[in-house]
Write a protein that binds this ligand. Structure first.
Ligand code: ZN
Length: 486
């Protein structure tokens, strides 16, 4: 058997796994957008069955043997080649998938769904104590999971590697500490805004029509994409030429900006090199890189003056200055998902600090609610009135999603770095955006970021995008200019 034959065998096995995974995504998309509520119970079984088959096919011994046999071949190939990248990334994922026993995975899924129920009950009672036992159980299982994957210097590293391959807890902490120390004095000094939130007076139907027009001008083509409504907007894709966005049903400025955000995620998946199709490389590099793309379109394009000028004309009868001020309204608030681009990172940074302390054992779950409230006082200068507006607001810790929070703020950091780089490379960018010409920026992003898919780790992809690692300075420059102009 030649190496080429072995590689062809590996590729075809991985394609089969990818097909199964994408099929679960279709079921999931349908669940969120189309399915009548009565379908929920059977759909959960269907999703479980398909995911189980995909996991089985991915973790068979034969796949491991192929990956071993291909080590020499991989070494002869160029590191950047599609072939070497596929072998490398498949090995990383295979080893992770094999090291965690199926029973522990199943127990984590069960604990996650119990955790969500407990979290909902705690929210109803507005009492963190109702949720605490479930959190303790989740942390115990998370600890067992980390042991399977041997936590190196810091057990939280295992969770970081899951969402941001190539990064460590210490890398993230260094970026966040600088961002936090620079942002905190600016944010705690913020006065409440004088103007109320901008009301465009659009009906649901008018706002949907506006979103459709804006997406069409952005280059979102109905030949490879579609838009539906859901409770929470999201993007999902089943191939580089099948990208689904969802938006809010309700009209208003929030709907337009949420659509820009999901468009950014969708453009990333659309821009992945078609040669990577039907493999695990055909997706965004990481949570942070994905957020960098959605946030670039939402905040750096969408909340900039040139785009606001264009959007005001596009909407008709809207004062560009009022639209700009409305899109850049800055206000300290208690709820992360409502936070503006200036204050948002601080919400994420203290969640990262707290979950890092929980996982390492430095913070006991019994002290979490108090620890939360004191971080909000320190970083945002606000008093938390109750658990609902404090520690119980996010679902992540109830559903075993520890380790994902950092990606949100790293995405903010990266979006500003990528934006600065693109602006330097595209001297006409502002004029183009003001005219509603988005192709030059989209092309630049495809070349620098999108086409690589998941071939490279988070730092390797950043290196290719901006020539270096995460740096909070560009984001701080954006923040300072927003604060000075408002
Ligand atoms: Zn997003």
């Amino acid at each position: 058997v030649t190496d080429e034959q072995r590689f062809a065998e590996l590729r075809s096995r991985l394609q089969e796994v990818d097909d199964l995974r994408k099929a679960t995504w279709v079921l999931h998309w349908d669940l969120e957008t189309m399915m009548p509520p009565g379908g929920a119970e059977v759909r959960a079984e269907q999703l479980g069955t398909l995911a189980g088959i995909a996991h089985e096919r991915f973790t068979v011994d034969e796949l491991g043997e192929l990956l071993e046999a291909l080590r020499g071949y991989e070494g002869e190939l160029d590191y950047d080649s599609d072939e070497a990248s596929l072998i490398r990334v498949a090995r990383r994922e295979y080893e992770r998938a094999r090291r965690v026993p199926a029973e522990l995975r199943a127990e984590m899924v069960r604990a996650g769904s119990h955790g969500k129920q407990a979290w909902l009950r705690a929210r109803e009672a507005n009492d963190y104590a109702v949720f605490r036992p479930a959190l303790e159980r989740n942390l115990e299982l998370q600890g067992q999971y980390i042991e399977c994957l041997d936590g190196t210097a810091d057990p939280y590293d295992v969770l970081v590697a899951e969402y941001e391959p190539g990064l460590t807890t210490a890398d993230i902490a260094a970026v966040f500490e600088e961002l936090r120390d620079q942002l905190t004095p600016l944010v705690t000094a913020l006065e409440p805004p004088e103007e109320p939130p901008l009301d465009l007076g659009l009906s649901d139907r008018e706002s949907r029509a506006a979103v459709d027009r804006v997406l069409a001008r952005l280059g979102f083509d109905r030949d490879w994409g579609r838009v539906d409504t859901s409770v929470h907007p999201f993007m999902i894709n089943f191939g580089t030429r099948d990208v689904r966005l969802t938006i809010y049903k309700e009209g208003g400025l929030r709907t337009v900006y949420a659509a820009l955000h999901e468009f950014g995620h969708g453009l990333y998946e659309r821009g992945v090199d078609p040669a990577l199709e039907r493999t695990l490389l055909a997706q965004g590099a990481s949570g942070a890189l994905h957020e960098s793309q959605s946030l670039l379109w939402e905040n750096l394009v969408g909340r900039g003056r040139p785009f606001c000028d264009w959007l005001a004309r596009e909407l008709g009868g809207v004062d560009p200055q009022a639209l700009y001020r409305g899109a850049n309204r800055i206000e300290r608030s208690l709820i992360r998902v409502d936070a503006d681009p200036v204050t948002y990172s601080l919400h994420v940074i203290f969640r990262f600090e707290l979950e890092h302390e929980l996982v390492s054992g430095a913070l006991a779950p019994a002290d979490l609610s108090e620890a939360w409230n004191s971080r909000v006082a320190d970083y945002l200068g606000l008093a938390v009135p109750d658990d609902l507006r404090g520690v119980l607001q996010d679902m992540h810790w109830s559903d075993m999603l520890m380790g994902y929070f950092p990606s949100y703020a790293l995405g903010h950091v990266a979006s500003a770095q990528i934006w600065e780089r693109a602006s330097a490379d595209l001297p006409q960018l502002d004029e183009e955006l003001a005219r509603g010409e988005f192709r030059p920026l989209a092309e630049w992003l495809r070349e620098r970021v999108h086409r690589h898919g998941q071939k490279f780790t988070t730092p390797e992809t950043m290196e290719r995008a901006v020539g270096g690692g995460f740096d909070p300075e560009p984001l701080l420059r954006v923040v300072r200019s927003k604060l000075n102009s408002s």
